[in-house]
Design a protein around this ligand. Structure first.
Ligand SMILES: [Zn+2]
Length: 312
């Protein structure tokens, strides 16, 4: 099996940085927090799906492309089996789920509140058509909606595609493998490479200008919004007494995401509230980042990082 690690979506990493630098008193704060909660739940569901797939793979090799992305399309997973291709829509939501194939309606009822959402059956229809047009030929392309939250209750009416709980995935995959056992074999490696090569490289866009003042400082990873103080090569938290040598890396990640990919000594001092130019120089040098320019025009190139992934 081709194992491609699923990365956290850029949008989620960006929004987490923005939340960390937004005052909890700001009017955007609760909405931003809710967006992050939803995106994190979606990602957690996709990881659960990956785990069940990896387990299933022990008895049946196939390739998985997680988060297939081309302009205007994003598919949660594409599984390429020897005789068919599976297009997967992963949903990590709880509550009573209604899917109506005649009305093309998809709703979730939770705590008495009914919410209309994008219909995964329509998304799958669109994605199946896309993959068919990209690869051509007559390879069976099968869409499946997988609900990863065990507390979701599915009420499905007139839907032809598989709509299942994650726990039922191995059963459905066994059925599909058996159904297509005698179908012509496809060159799964070729299709996998073809689809992967169609994804454009991640373009890091220039961050949008944020129209309110961002919080400045190097924050304690354990105590959100508490600024750490730098002395004798360490960042110290006045809240929990944590002592860290590299707490500035998260601030630099935020800077890259929210402002731009390079930073000068002066910009670093302004963003972190550090007073001493020499200390800022020591800290920036210790990062071993690539630099551009020299002396007064020296800028440090901040690499792509996802440090909050391990903080969860
Ligand atoms: Zn702390």
């Amino acid at each position: 099996m081709l194992l491609i690690e699923r990365h956290r979506p850029y949008r989620l990493i960006y929004q987490e940085a923005l939340l960390a630098r937004t005052s909890p008193a700001h009017k955007n704060y609760p909405l931003l927090k809710e967006k992050i909660r939803r995106r994190s739940a979606g990602f957690a569901g996709e990881l659960q799906f990956d785990r069940v797939c990896a387990e299933y793979h022990a008895g049946m090799p196939f390739n998985i492309i997680p988060a297939f992305k081309i302009p205007n399309y994003q598919i949660d997973a594409i599984c390429i089996f020897p005789s068919f291709i599976l297009i997967v829509e992963v949903k990590n939501i709880s509550g009573l789920i209604h899917m109506d194939g005649d009305k093309r309606q998809f709703t979730r009822t939770l705590n008495g509140i009914i919410t209309g959402m994008n219909n995964p059956d329509d998304q799958l229809y669109r994605h199946e058509k896309l993959i068919r047009s990209l690869i051509g030929g007559n390879t069976p392309i099968i869409g499946i909606a997988v609900f990863t939250n065990p507390s979701a209750v599915l009420e499905i009416k007139n839907i032809k595609r598989h709509v299942i709980h994650l726990s039922g995935l191995p059963f459905v995959l066994d059925e599909l493998v058996s159904r297509y056992r005698t179908a012509p074999k496809i060159d799964s490696e070729h299709y996998t490479e073809q689809l992967i090569s169609m994804q454009p490289p991640l373009q890091l866009s220039i961050p949008p200008t944020i129209l309110y003042p961002l919080l400045e400082g190097v924050f304690c990873p354990h105590c959100p919004s508490i600024k750490m103080n730098y002395s004798r090569n360490y960042w110290r938290c006045p809240g929990c007494a944590a002592k860290l040598a590299d707490a500035h890396l998260l601030a630099l990640q935020d800077y890259r995401l929210l402002i731009g990919p390079t930073i000068s000594n002066r910009e670093f001092r302004k963003f972190t509230g550090m007073q001493s130019r020499t200390n800022a120089w020591i800290v920036l040098q210790s990062c071993n980042f690539q630099t551009i320019g020299n002396k007064k025009s020296l800028r440090y190139v901040i690499p792509e990082m996802d440090l909050r992934r391990s903080m969860k």
